[in-house]
Design a protein around this ligand. Sequence first.
Ligand code: GTR
Length: 364
Amino acid sequence: MLQEMVDSLQLPKLLKFNDGSLVTSAEDWQKRRKEILDILCEEEYGLRPPKPFKVTAMLNSINEIAYAGKIIEQHLILSADMGNKIFSFPVNIFVPKFVKKPMMIVYIAFRPDLPDRYLPIEEITDEGFAIAIFCYNDVAADREDHFIGGLAGLLKKKGDRTSNDTGKLMMWAWAASRVVDYLETRNDIDQKNIAVMGHSRLGKTALIAAAYDERFAFSFSNDSGCSGDAITREKEGERVEQITNSFPFWFCPKYRKYARHEDIMPFDQHFLLAAIAPRFVSGGAAVEDIWADPNKQYLSYVAADEVYKLLGKEGFVHPDRLPQVGDIFNDGTIGFHMRYGKHFHSRYDWQRYMEFMKKHRIGK
Ligand code: GTR
């Protein structure tokens, strides 16, 4: 049933090179993955900013007895050396003291508050996870500022944005990789189990971060929907037209041309998920989040599964039907859950992602 649904969407093929030849081995996939990452830069998110020469950290303050003495809380400023310029942004790290080398979640946050309504820090660290948090607005403002501030200002070229110029989702995703540059220097966390996570626009960002940076062993995208984990073809709710009208600055200018012409896109969102293979990816949906379209989110994971299978992974383990409230599919390399309620990053979602990571911890 599901396969027929996926087939009827006539999605661009994951396992076919741009020249039409077939992708039949893991080796082929390495090349195909590069093509896919290039297509997504070129057509949707814009070019990836260059890797900095060096990332350094400055510790602003530390509290060794945070949350009843259970947690070490550190406030840092990371600085990325971009050659002729330096880009700096704050990162806050919470490490539980009662576990040796905890798994680490890089969380891309909406707000600077610690904790906030989407981010129950104490519950997360009580589960034995360390968490590194940065606020996306500290990287590039989430509004039409004509790309003058933050990383956007630093990358800005003369004149109007055109073609494949970098959008802000890609900038936020780039910053998540800078956090990993820094985390790699620490020996108090589990380097093999670093995840990236975000909700909604930042769920889209988390997927981009993982697709382009193989150091993320896990990625968690909560309610990310349009231009994130949901297939765009025949999607309910938000589509390319609405998203590029409201948030043109999230994308490269070229993406807009697919408004009402989704059928000619040389990609769809299963490309983004497949670029994460063979690593772990898990998505959350909410039954009332029609704007994101839970069914099209789910079908995207179903469609990405063939790449995991080609790479010898278990992929997506799920029944042959659309998702229902209360479903939790976490046996395979791809996970998915659908909860009751609306668009929100809830405690329930956090529990599912942490459960998934504990279950699949690498090297346990
Ligand atoms: C909406 C946008 C969605 C989603 C959401 C959010 O306005 O249309 O794509 O990203 O914002 O980030 O909360």
